[in-house]
Design a protein around this ligand. Structure first.
Ligand code: AKB
Length: 325
């Protein structure tokens, strides 16, 4: 990775990945792109930034050529809950954008590395729910999941047919404090920290007892960087690797917060759509292939992540002049 084009760079993952790669590779070696260009935004202001609609193939190709990139990190996509509200558009954006990204990589030729994330959403209700294996049945029942499985197959296809150096992971829910996620089913595990600090209570839209895999953002960013730097010959999986750092149910993250904020109260107002999506996903996935093929090692468990989120968010609220207590 010497010169990287990132799509969806203003999102939850993109903003932190852009910051990390600008630090690692140099500010001029990262071309952050998104469909919007807000004012007073660090991703826009602290380095190269271009407006790009990933559905516009010609602009995508032109930008990749103009900046002579050797790596494309394609993050622009709708997440699970939003995709369920707008399934036709989700297919169009998630698949159209990915197809364009892969075609740009193919057009640029040999040596181009391509990353686009998959998700735990690629699994459906008929997969083994606990320690779900890397390679097993994948019959998702959400449009987001359908685009993720199709995307994984496309990445395999472009690797095998055209030699594009495709790499990917199946992300679990990502927990972070810099940019809030939007439109996901696992977002409750981020919202809960904001509400715990502001109001000492949280109304969960996911029901008690619903387990999902999760990961702190620092581990997710390390995973992308480590996978992109991994020796190509060691990678047997070109669709996407299972990765996870923890699996918990809403009452368990609530208990971890209550240990630190004793007045904190958890309530439930379950959203049937997002609950249905969560129930169709695994409780926990097995990530031994990522460990074996590129030494994946997360550092944050529930306790460490909870300490970090509360500390970071308190500081953020202080800086932004928001009331945290
Ligand atoms: C979502 O909830 O849609 C995402 C995901 C697990 O892919 N966070």
């Amino acid at each position: 990775m010497k010169r990287v084009l990132i799509t969806g760079a203003l999102g939850q993952i993109g903003s932190e990945l852009t910051e990390r790669l600008r630090r690692d590779l140099g500010v001029d070696s990262v071309i952050a792109t998104d469909i919007r260009k807000p004012d007073n935004n660090p991703t826009v202001e602290n380095g190269q930034f271009e407006t790009l609609d990933v559905q516009d193939y010609d602009s995508f190709l032109d930008m990749a050529k103009r900046y002579e990139v050797d790596t494309i990190i394609h993050l622009a996509a709708l997440l699970s809950a939003t995709a369920e509200q707008r399934p036709a558009f989700a297919w169009q954006l998630n698949m159209g954008g990915l197809m364009n990204g892969l075609e740009v990589a193919r057009e640029l030729g040999e040596g181009i590395k391509f990353f686009a994330p998959s998700s735990i959403a690629a699994y459906g209700p008929d997969a083994e729910p606990d320690s779900t294996p890397q390679d097993t049945v994948m019959h998702p029942t959400t449009m987001y999941g359908v685009t993720k499985v199709a995307g994984e197959l496309l990445e395999n296809y472009y690797h095998d047919k055209y030699g594009v150096d495709t790499r990917s992971v199946r992300f679990p829910g990502l927990i972070s404090y810099k940019v809030e996620p939007g439109g996901g089913t696992t977002d409750y595990a981020v919202d809960i920290f904001y509400e715990a600090l502001k109001n000492k209570s949280y109304k969960s839209f996911i029901a008690e007892g619903t387990y999902m895999d999760m990961m702190y953002m620092d581990d997710a960013i390390d995973a992308i960087v480590d996978l992109m730097n991994a020796d190509s010959d060691r990678l047997d999986h070109r669709n996407a690797f299972n990765i996870t750092a923890m699996s918990f149910a809403p009452e368990e993250i609530a208990a971890a917060i209550k240990k630190r904020i004793p007045e904190f109260e958890m309530h439930y107002e379950v959203d049937p759509v997002r609950q249905g999506i969560a129930e169709s996903w695994p409780n926990s996935i097995d990530c031994h292939c990522a460990v074996d093929e590129w030494n994946f090692t997360p550092s944050y468990d529930l306790e460490r992540m909870t300490d970090e989120m509360l500390m970071r968010l308190e500081k953020k609220f202080e800086t932004e002049g928001m009331v945290a207590k």
